[in-house]
Write a new protein. Structure first.
Length: 140
């Protein structure tokens, strides 16, 4: 019978669930250690899947969102840049008909808005507005 730890290396869903646990802990406690653990788990879940996996886009989105939340704590431009890149990947692997598509656009728009606050680059605020508008149009 496999142990929990050995199953972690083969079950991205379980690893993602650990990420969810730490993300919820972060939401309650605002602890940088919990968000860091969530990011590690989410990135491991992504690494255990391929883009052909039906859950890949979810795991990628979770990693991007957690990095975005970490960037809000740290104010670190590298964190927000990585979050934006990862959220762009999640969107690329999600169809517009998917129920989570508008939410992912919203996350990316928020991340771009945050980066605009750090850099003042107009293309970030323009893109943020565009993604937010598209997300709004897709929301029932």
């Amino acid at each position: 019978m496999p142990t929990m730890l050995s199953r972690l290396s083969e079950d991205p869903g379980l690893v993602n669930a650990f990420g969810d646990f730490f993300y919820k802990q972060f939401a309650e406690m605002n602890s940088k250690y919990d968000i860091h653990k969530a990011i590690i788990a989410y990135e491991l879940a992504v690494g255990l899947t391929t883009p052909n996996d039906t859950n890949y886009r979810i795991y990628v989105c979770n990693a991007g969102l957690a990095l975005y939340r970490q960037s809000q704590l740290s104010g670190n431009l590298a964190d927000i840049n990585k979050a934006i890149s990862i959220l762009e990947v999640a969107i690329a692997y999600t169809s517009e008909e998917d129920a989570t598509y508008a939410m992912q656009l919203d996350y990316l728009g928020n991340a771009l808005y945050s980066r605009f606050g750090l850099t003042g680059k107009l293309n970030d605020i323009e893109s943020a507005i565009s993604f937010q508008q598209k997300a709004t149009k897709l929301t029932p």
